[in-house]
Design a protein around this ligand. Structure first.
Ligand SMILES: Cc1ncc(COP(=O)(O)O)c(C=O)c1O
Length: 217
């Protein structure tokens, strides 16, 4: 069941690979571990992001740093991210779409890469949306989504990592395995959540259903 769900979710987001996790937080935690960053590496978040997303960095031994948001979009101001990382060594940016509003991450993807910063897209609050013909969940080196309470597809918990890199996908699988008994974060998606996702997903995991649900919210 897990393999089939992972394939379906990857294809829904037009990504090559998906790994289901116990939560969106676990998905970020797994990504940070798989990136093999040294302790205390700075990770950029919007100041108003969900605190559990920040815990993922703390649990992985990294240092979260925060940037204020644009008062019109309540998301990170793209150009300010670039200014900041040019001056301060911040190797990882968690590009977070908040409250269903999509950031224009494509605008800064190349500049981030030129400054050797890795873009991780947090689409927990925005999947189902699209920007410049790209889906939330399809942008950046890797993306995370959440199936937690209140999310677009609420399975009472669960999350996913999406990426196009075969090498990174393999690393994620290895890391997820090795961290299975981690006391801080439940890495694996529970069978109950997967069953719920399987049933709900048939109706809910379609572009049409995403769009209707977003209108409703
Ligand atoms: C933006 C954002 N990122 C990550 C998460 C973490 O997801 P989860 O609750 O599945 O751990 C949340 C949860 O609310 C969120 O809003």
């Amino acid at each position: 069941m897990k393999d089939k769900l992972e394939k379906n979710v990857a294809s829904l987001f037009s990504r090559r690979y998906c790994v289901l996790t116990g939560s969106g937080t676990a998905a970020l935690f797994c990504i940070f571990n798989a990136l093999e960053l040294s302790e205390g590496t700075q990770v950029l978040y919007p100041v108003n992001t969900c605190e559990t997303a920040v815990n993922a960095a703390v649990f992985a031994g990294l240092k979260p740093v925060f940037l204020d948001v644009d008062m019109k979009t309540f998301n990170l101001p793209e150009q300010k991210i670039i200014q900041l990382i040019k001056n301060v060594n911040i190797p990882v940016v968690v590009g977070t779409h908040l409250f269903g509003q999509l950031m224009d991450l494509q605008k800064i993807e190349k500049q981030l890469a030129a400054n050797k910063a890795i873009l991780i897209e947090d689409s927990a609050q925005a999947y189902g949306g699209e920007i410049n013909s790209k889906k939330a969940g399809q942008i950046g080196f890797a993306s995370i989504i959440s199936f937690g309470p209140g999310k677009l597809l609420d399975c009472s918990g669960g999350g996913a990592i999406l990426t196009d890199s075969e090498e990174f996908h393999q690393k994620i699988c290895r890391v997820a395995n090795s961290l299975q008994n981690n006391p801080q974060i439940k890495l694996e998606m529970r069978q109950k959540m997967m069953r719920e996702m399987f049933v709900l997903g048939k109706q809910a995991l379609t572009p049409k259903a995403f769009s209707e649900k977003r209108q409703e919210i």
